[in-house]
Write a protein that binds this ligand. Structure first.
Ligand SMILES: [Zn+2]
Length: 449
């Protein structure tokens, strides 16, 4: 399910705004300026001209004064970074059916507060799991998903699905873990409050099974233009090696990982702290280092949040039983500062962040009007301050539904989102000026079209 925060319509931005009164912005035509704008041609100091929700020009500072002639509205962000809004290709909003876990209103508020301007809902925990056959075709699980309504797939299903998707030039997104017998809690495990006990139930060999599938069937996997995209890869071991091998041969395979695999490691997870349980699980610190290496070398293409919340009750925070607690990391609002904070020591650049979070994900989703600060693209923009640090404590304005289950609480992060623009809608200005749910804005716009 694709959720566009803004809506592609036929009416002008002005007409839409009168109908909806959604945006914080009173103008159709305006400029936003900064000393640091991330464009496909690198970092520039200058201004971005937006008219009717579309970027109509991008000018360097030296050309700016000639062009604007003092007649237009300007929002000057000084040294803050202007970057394309994030495109999150994997987030669970659990709506319809489990909106008490998250839901579109709180989920999209959190997204906007985190600089995400487009997200693709993974409908696993929704009830029903999908609203149309088309959306179901996009994603599959190779292990039991934990939700009966979303059954697992196997190599045969993938083979059949790929040939159909290839015709429509659509990627197949695969959760590439295979069930292991040891996942069943037969009472013979070690302490269930130990994260390492849980880790044993989902070893790296779970991921390797996909790769074995690839080796056995590579003659058809990528035939007829098929594109396989591996979601949330946690391993930098043999799975990644084989993905690299497939890429090296020219096969159309892409792969993403998630900020929590780059931020956390098995060794540091406290006993009984089930906020850290997710699937696939976070692995050891040495693996995390290798994942960063793969990011920096371009072997991993992009990032997604895999925001996967639930009700606090199901996290079993007081029992701390890793084998029984719900697996999923709540992160939607924090993925940008987390990527930046944990990536700085590896030398991550602003251009890389834009590539991992905007350019490549928008291409994967076929959203060619998004993903860059460039003429003709939608004005989906995040403005943020990479150098500003903040403590992520209980009193931080967190907009997803259940902040208490987020593993990021208590961390110091760097990179504060200042503003989020989604086409005609200015969603966020200074974290405390948030926002109508962008989702409601979306629905109201739709009604008017
Ligand atoms: Zn997921």
């Amino acid at each position: 399910m694709l959720l566009y925060f803004g809506l592609m319509g036929t009416k002008s931005g002005k007409a839409l705004r009168k109908e909806t009164q959604c945006s914080l912005l009173p103008h159709d035509h305006y400029w936003i300026s900064s000393k640091r704008i991330v464009t496909p041609d690198g970092l520039i100091s200058g201004s971005v001209e937006v008219n009717g929700g579309v970027i109509v020009s991008v000018v360097k500072e030296e050309d700016w004064y000639k062009k604007q002639r003092g007649r237009v509205k300007v929002i000057d962000y000084g040294e803050a970074v202007i970057m394309p809004g994030l495109v999150d290709v994997h987030a669970h909003l659990d709506d319809p059916g489990r909106s008490d876990w998250e839901g579109f209103p709180s989920g999209t508020k959190a997204a906007a507060a985190g600089g995400i301007t487009t997200l693709i809902d993974m409908p696993l925990n929704s009830d029903p799991s999908t609203v149309s056959p088309e959306t179901l075709k996009l994603k599959s699980f190779m292990c039991p998903s934990g939700i009966n309504d979303f059954p697992m797939t196997n190599i045969t299903h993938i083979k059949e699905g790929l040939s159909v998707l290839a015709k429509y030039k659509r990627p197949l997104l695969v959760h590439a873990e295979v069930e292991m017998d040891s996942e069943i809690d037969d009472g013979t495990h070690n302490d269930p409050r130990s994260y390492l006990t849980y880790l044993k139930t989902r070893p790296t060999s779970c991921n390797q099974k996909l790769v074995i599938g690839y080796q056995e069937h590579k003659d058809w996997w990528f035939s007829e233009g098929a594109h396989v995209h591996i979601v949330h890869l946690p391993d930098a071991t043999s799975s990644l090696d084989l993905i690299k091998e497939a890429k090296g041969k020219g096969d159309n395979v892409t792969v993403e990982t998630c900020p929590h695999y780059l931020a956390f490691s098995a060794e540091e997870i406290p006993e009984g702290d089930t906020r850290f349980k997710c699937s696939p699980p976070m692995r050891h610190a040495a693996n995390r280092e290798k994942l960063w290496e793969a990011m920096m070398e371009g072997d991993i293409d992009m990032l997604s949040s895999d925001h996967s919340p639930t009700k606090p009750k199901l996290k079993l925070l007081s029992d701390g039983n890793f084998l029984k607690a719900w697996g999923g990391i709540s992160s939607l609002q924090f993925v940008l500062p987390v990527t930046w904070s944990y990536g700085r020591k590896y030398g991550v650049t602003l251009e890389q962040v834009a590539s991992w979070w905007s350019d490549r994900p928008s291409k994967l989703a076929g959203l060619h009007s998004k993903g860059a600060i460039a003429v003709g693209k939608h004005a989906d923009i995040v403005v943020w301050e990479p150098e500003v640090e903040f403590d992520l404590e209980e009193d931080h304005p967190i907009h997803f539904k259940h902040p208490s289950i987020s593993a990021y609480l208590g961390r110091k992060l760097s990179g504060k989102v200042v503003s989020t623009f989604v086409r005609e809608t200015w969603c966020l200005e200074k974290a405390n000026m948030l926002l109508m749910p962008v989702y409601l804005c979306h629905l109201r716009l739709k009604k008017g079209l």
